[in-house]
Design a protein around this ligand. Sequence first.
Ligand SMILES: Nc1ncnc2c1ncn2[C@@H]1O[C@H](COP(=O)(O)OP(=O)(O)OP(=O)(O)O)[C@@H](O)[C@H]1O
Length: 339
Amino acid sequence: MSNIKIFNVYKYYNGRAVLKNINLDINEGELVVLLGPSGSGKTTLINGIAGIISFENGEVYFNKDLMNNVPIEKRNAALVDQNLLLFPHMTVYSNIAFGLKMRRLDKQIIDKKVKLLIDLMELSGLEKKYPYQLSGGQAQRVAIARALAIEPKVLLLDEPLSKLDKNLRRNMQEFIKELQKKLNITTIMVTHDLEEAFIVADKIALLIDGEIKQYDTPANIYEKPVSKEVAEFFGCSNYIYGKVENGKFISDVGVFDVNVSNCQYATYMFRPEQIILGEKQKNSLKACIIKRQYLGDRVNYIIDINGNKLVCSSNNKNLNIGDIVYISLDFDKAICFFE
Ligand SMILES: Nc1ncnc2c1ncn2[C@@H]1O[C@H](COP(=O)(O)OP(=O)(O)OP(=O)(O)O)[C@@H](O)[C@H]1O
């Protein structure tokens, strides 16, 4: 197992920086997700960590060893990407054993290691099957088993589940998370799927336009985004603009007690689920429903308060356009961005 340190990494293509000042500290045994929109640099970064490409600037360390000039096969990192590239003419057993045979290990040792992996990856009974006879999820597990066979210190997964359908993908996400914890192997996984990132990650590095915008736990990155840009990436947000004076936030929506004492312009952000629909109370605000979006397990209501539109998510599905409702806002839990 290994910790990973990435320091001041830059990568240029045709004179354009596609990675800018990337810094990451990954603890031994952690699973870090590189999350970001298409073209943000995720694959470039993971390929550089694997040693498939080199960076123009910066350093990559596994433990305290500088990897920059270490060739790919000596880095002790295994990369699994969406293309899998299982050997089509080899059985499941031979595919998993391949790396071990290349290392000329004793046949009995190979057999023992492959059998352990077949158990671990829940592939029993499939040893003699060929890749074309496997389901997508089984083929993914073989690819991961093959990568793990050489006992890498670092596991690198580049969108490994992108070709699976939704249900299979969910099962494999749980599987990868459990496996990674069982083996305690330092892992970096690329995805552009928010839910997948939340399910598997110990920490998420959000990459936008070649820069890490926030590196944090899933809960912090969602609930305490450092900027509006990060907040927007993780879904719909409501913003209330105003001024803070003597511990009061004065806005078009209303005047609220807040814990911010300085006198300045501020924007408070509320996720749709943080706008709570309820009975009329002392501090609740009167609003009118102007639109509703049925989402199965919940409804998003667009409400109007004094001409301000807010989105509010609720599992009360019985409200309709035109209904008058009361909402409460917990400013202690909201994120405040100062202007
Ligand atoms: N070999 C290359 N030559 C020139 N430009 C490249 C090369 N590889 C990647 N790029 C550019 O670098 C940027 C980052 O690409 P990269 O594949 O790392 O993004 P990504 O976040 O993994 O995207 P996706 O989610 O679509 O796979 C893109 O603008 C891409 O066009």
